[in-house]
Design a protein around this ligand. Structure first.
Ligand code: WT7
Length: 641
């Protein structure tokens, strides 16, 4: 019998899910017949509007699209008030556990009080509609309260992942001119407190717009204090009133800014707006994770990334679901920590990243086997293409060969799922995100913009949760996403289509790395490296990595008079860590005398990847100095000895 390759095996939707799923057969046809009608119906069903919108989509000023024109709403009202006022009042909104075992459960009624109080506290500190608020927070319930309080006031938040360095935090605060920083004293990492506030203090040495810093007491570690600037969260909460009238925001008002890496050294402040975002995140979560009232939903992403915004916080709460959140390392105190919690909390929907799955896989099946995971009904994957082996392992050992895996393709810029299966409808194949979500139009095109089976992934028409602009730089928004293929949004990914019409995303085709599902610009790492006095030039590539997907690999040319050494490698690695954050630290640094460049001076990263991954060197015909490749390859080979 012929053996069927993993990626060609088909997993049909389980009958028990199909029978009662939120997404019914016919949903694709419905949306295809009337795309805007589909989004209109979603908006009416899923959002409580203070004032109805006049029109679904305004495209006269493309690519500056507008959705749900003149609609008025408030996100915190949709995420808490409407549930607190319903029979979900005493339903758990957030169940939380810290690494050291502290447990918190907030019902919708309790969450509503906290959000109102903190909105009052922020207003008392001078935060008004339109002001920007920066957050540098661990995965604690107070972070969710703070996000929602910002939306209640109409003050766009900008979250900066806690693993980013003080310099990265400073740059992001200054780019958006934030007025207040909300942070915590620290949080636990493998049993030791990580000094978040200390990093925040360093960042705030040079942030002229910051007036106040609100600090949550979380880890109990000692902190420095700037009188007049710093206030404790518990102090301002104790003094705050119980109700804050939610601001009626326009559908197109900015909800938040989230910085992400692009192809230059400067991160982009991706701007998301209110109405369209709230519609698409709810619609996608409801159908893709088949959210029901009795679910315990757990998305393991950090709130500092878009997944944390859309699918840890806003979508589950807007749907009135119960979410679980954990702040800590995945192997503390032991490698079964995640499964231990999944069992204890009865997690029924679980969403994580391929890099985590590969880590669990490496640790072995004995860890999930120790626990009863039978409550799990639907699994999800996000961040990078999932390799079929990891898919199968996830399917068998976490999902008990009965939970369909939703491989969701999307981006910081798309705000919500774009390509994804539906659990009761789509036959799955390991490794593909399958089809565009209903109401989403994507294509694969070649250099000339013609539809093709292999090529560039593009989005053909506007979608509700789409990026609206880059903060302070509308030209960069147009340039970055809409220049290359005219009226199509270019995602920066390559893709191919199979015989079932399924879309297989193959990875970035621009100068962006994907390390453990996190985005990193090669230019960011390169500019950190050339800051070092020893470095003349550098080229950074992503090298295939068993666990991380890609690892950072830097080719470095030293200035005259400097010699490569292990010491220098350590120094450069450390510098990148301090400058950007530990995730950006190169795994490999290779000293070289030359870099392969095209005649126009562009570094040929493809060739460097060939060297780093030990392949025969590919086509170098457009190289300015074809001899350079041999030298680099020889030096790299020397390094491997
Ligand atoms: C890039 C976006 C969306 C939240 C997490 C990352 C890659 C993401 C998948 C997937 C293949 C994926 C793409 C994309 N990516 N999900 N299911 N299959 N690739 O958000 O940092 O904005 O990165 O992640 O390359 O462009 P992000």
């Amino acid at each position: 019998m012929e053996k069927i390759a993993l990626e060609d095996r088909i997993f049909n939707p389980p009958a028990d899910i199909t029978e009662q799923a939120n997404a019914k057969a016919g949903i694709y046809e419905l949306a295809k017949k009337d795309r805007l009608g589909f989004w209109d119906a979603q908006a009416k069903e899923l959002v409580t509007w203070f004032k109805p919108y006049d029109k679904v989509l305004e495209d006269s000023n493309a690519p500056f699209f507008k959705w749900f024109i003149n609609g008025k709403l408030n996100v915190s009202y949709n995420c808490v008030d409407r549930h607190a006022k319903s029979n979900r009042h005493n339903k758990a909104a957030i169940m939380y556990e810290s690494e050291i075992g502290k447990k918190v459960c907030l019902t919708y009624g309790m969450l509503s009080r906290e959000v109102n109080k903190f909105a009052n506290a922020l207003a008392g500190l001078g935060v008004k509609k339109g002001d920007r608020v920066a957050l540098y927070m661990p995965m604690i319930p107070e972070a969710v309260v703070a996000m929602l309080a910002c939306t209640r006031i109409g003050a766009p938040h900008s979250l900066v992942f806690g693993g980013f360095s003080p310099e990265s935090l400073r740059d992001r605060i200054n780019d958006c001119g934030a007025k207040v920083l909300i942070t915590a004293d620290g949080n636990f990492r493998r049993g030791n407190p990580f000094p978040l506030k200390q990093n925040g203090d360093k960042a705030l040495e040079d942030t002229p717009t910051i007036e106040k810093c609100v600090v949550v007491k979380n880890a109990g570690n000692d902190v420095a204090w700037v009188e007049g600037r710093d206030v404790w969260y518990h102090d301002v909460m104790a003094a705050a009133g119980n109700y804050y009238e939610p601001e009626a925001m326009d559908s197109e008002d900015v909800l938040f800014i989230l910085y992400t890496s692009g192809t230059t050294g400067k991160p982009k402040g991706v701007v998301h707006s209110t109405g369209g975002y709230l519609v698409q995140i709810q619609s996608t979560l409801k159908y893709v994770f088949d959210i029901k009232d009795e679910d315990v939903y757990w998305c393991t992403a950090d709130i500092g990334w878009i997944t944390g915004h859309s699918y840890v916080v806003y979508a589950p709460l807007a749907l009135g679901a119960t979410l679980f959140m954990y702040d800590g390392t995945i192997d503390y105190p032991d490698k079964d920590r995640m499964w231990d919690m999944a069992e204890r909390y009865g997690v029924s929907k679980f969403y994580t990243a391929p890099t985590a799955i590969r880590t669990f896989m490496k640790w072995g099946t004995e860890y999930p086997k120790k626990h009863d995971l039978s409550a799990i009904k639907v699994l999800g994957s996000v961040g990078e293409p999932i390799n079929p082996e990891a898919w199968m392992w996830y399917y068998e050992h976490i999902g008990g060969s009965k939970a369909p895996i939703m491989d969701t393709w999307w981006q910081t810029e798309t705000g919500a799922f774009m390509i994804t299966p539906l659990p009761g409808i789509t036959p799955l194949k390991p490794g593909t995100a399958t089809n565009p979500f209903p109401g989403i139009e994507v294509d694969i095109i070649d250099e000339n913009g013609n539809s093709a089976d292999v090529g560039y992934l593009v989005i053909k028409s506007a979608w509700p949760a789409m990026i609206r602009t880059i903060f302070g730089d509308p030209d960069r928004y147009v340039d970055q996403y809409w220049k290359r293929f005219g009226k199509y949004y270019f995602a920066g990914d390559g893709a191919k289509r199979d015989n079932m019409g399924y879309i297989w995303v193959t990875g970035r085709v621009d100068d962006v790395l994907n390390v453990s599902g996190h985005r990193l610009g090669t230019a960011e790492v390169e500019s950190a490296l050339v800051e070092c006095p020893e470095v003349a030039e550098s080229a950074v590539i992503g090298k295939k990595h068993d666990i991380k997907g890609e690892s950072v690999c830097a080719f470095v040319i030293l200035k005259e008079g400097f010699k490569g050494s292990q010491e220098l490698i350590d120094k450069l690695r450390k510098h990148v860590g301090v400058k950007i954050g530990p995730i950006a630290r190169p795994d490999d640094i290779i000293f070289t005398a030359e870099l392969p460049k095209t005649r126009s001076g562009k570094i040929m990263r493809r060739l460097l990847r060939d060297i780093a991954e030990g392949r025969a060197i590919g086509d170098a015909t457009t190289l300015a100095d074809p001899g350079a490749m041999k030298d680099i390859a020889a030096q790299y080979a020397g390094k491997e000895d």
